[in-house]
Write a protein that binds this ligand. Sequence first.
Ligand code: SF4
Length: 158
Amino acid sequence: MIDFIEICSKCGGQCCKDANPPLSRRRLAILLENGIDIEKIAFEKYMHPKSKEDGFCIFFDNGKCSIHTIKPETCVAGPFTFDLKGDMLEIYLKLEKICPLVAYLKKDKKAYREQFRVAVENIVQLIMDLDERSLREILKIEEPDTVKVAEITLKLKE
Ligand code: SF4
């Protein structure tokens, strides 16, 4: 079994730097219910955890995520990420050169399939929860060093 925490801590949690993972109102409520101080949240073009002076997420502590069990959807989805074109959800995978986890996933098909499933589930949930303006801002963010691995048609609005 792949030890995500072990691999991620070896890389120094680079994906937690300049990450600004989006927070929906639902996720914010979960964080607050779990005692997270609202002062740690930035309300900018979209809601996300604040960053420390070194650029790392405010929840990155001692080489790992301090809110692992309740972390935002895009953090759970990594190293998969997404774009949305109309109702077409595009799933991207980070390149191995920026995420060592990718090499492990490529070697272990079962683990890849499971992480892909978890990623899609979390990304779809996030898209459903976000307000349109936040989603629009998030979709403007470029994600270099990724490759498209899937396209899924969503039925977002009936
Ligand atoms: S919430 Fe946790 S996993 Fe997500 S960017 Fe912050 S420290 Fe990293």
